[in-house]
Design a protein around this ligand. Structure first.
Ligand SMILES: [Zn+2]
Ligand SMILES: [Zn+2]
Length: 333
């Protein structure tokens, strides 16, 4: 099924004509609960990986004293999916309850020091994702992270890999994976993607001062949140990137080590639409989905939670070889 963002409930360029020259394409990935394979674009799905290429690991000692077993977490997820697919009158069975119990955090006596195979976060085939800025010779982007977010600045350790899918002849299967992770919030529930390109405008802090002043006045007058209409929520590729209004020092896009201003590449979103859907981002196909009566909720299918923040990967337009810049930004919901 495709996902279709409805026509904007409010045309920002009619209120702020200056925005017409500032529009950018952004590709909403529209993850939805599913069973992706290595040949699919996915969030939380398996990666197409060559048999002879080492799987990336994190060797940092994590100052973490409570962990969750990944296999138990996955089993509990499947129990929940099955539970919600049944009638509401049928209670959870004792066996299901036991599986669920095993997925709860467990205390460990000393900090977790074992090397941690990184966890797949997303895999994007260029054929599926319009606007994916692929380097020459590549057609697949893979993103993994360390499932212990206890890293400098609480920025997850991200590993990005561009590759050419046709060059992977002998596939690694099964892939290594961590036995335990820090929190269930860092395990992306498997999702298939329904990418769709839409238009985004800059967040208030990225606007020229005169326009930003009019935006603030307009918000005061109407009670609307400009950002809700300008910036697409959820998991996405490209666009403007959400800049937190309460952190003006982050208003400029981050710079690469080489000095070049980076561009938003990938956003690990929060909810797929704002709580009250003010900006009207809820796809028409999900109009009837009841978030309180489904698992995972239609508007939060990946189950990733990084507080109330989004994670954004910026890349250097000068070279795909330059390391990405990772930032966490607050999202107005
Ligand atoms: Zn780590
Ligand atoms: Zn650079």
């Amino acid at each position: 099924m495709t996902r279709t963002t409805p026509p904007r409930p409010l045309e920002l360029t009619a209120v702020f004509p200056e925005l017409a020259t500032m529009s950018r394409n952004v590709t909403r990935l529209h993850p939805r609960s599913g069973s992706p394979t290595v040949d699919d674009s996915s969030v939380g799905g398996p990666l197409l990986w060559p048999q002879d290429e080492p799987w990336p690991t994190c060797t940092r000692s994590h100052e973490v004293y409570e962990v969750v077993e990944l296999e138990a977490l996955r089993a509990a997820h499947h129990v929940m999916v099955a539970r919600w697919a049944r009638s509401e009158d049928e209670p959870i069975t004792p066996e299901e309850e036991a599986i669920h119990d095993r997925s709860r955090p467990k205390k460990i006596a000393s900090p977790y020091t074992d090397p941690v195979p990184l966890l797949p976060v997303a895999q994007l085939y260029a054929r599926d994702v319009p606007g994916l800025p692929v380097p020459d010779g590549a057609d697949l982007l893979q993103i993994l992270w360390c499932p212990f977010i206890d890293h400098e600045g609480d920025i997850p350790a991200i590993h990005m890999r561009w590759r050419c899918a046709d060059e992977v002849t002998a596939r690694l299967s099964p892939s290594p994976e961590p036995t335990v992770i820090e929190l269930d919030d860092y395990w992306p529930a498997p999702c298939v993607l329904h990418p769709e390109q839409v238009t985004e405008y800059p967040a208030p802090d990225q606007l020229p001062d005169a326009v930003a002043a009019r935006v603030h006045a307009w918000q005061e007058e109407t009670g609307h949140h400009y950002t809700h209409f300008a910036v697409a929520p959820g998991w996405k590729i490209g666009g403007w990137g959400a800049v937190p209004s309460d952190a003006p020092d982050q208003a400029d896009p981050p710079r690469c080590e080489c000095g070049t201003v980076t561009e938003p590449l990938f956003t690990v979103g929060l909810s797929e639409w704002n709580g009250d859907n003010e900006g009207g981002w809820r796809p028409v196909e999900d109009a009837d989905a009841d978030d309180r009566r489904s698992y995972p909720p239609a508007g939060d299918p990946t189950q990733i939670e990084l507080g109330d923040e989004q994670l954004q990967i910026y890349h250097c337009p000068e070279s795909h070889e330059h390391p990405p810049v990772i930032v966490r930004v607050y999202q107005t919901l």
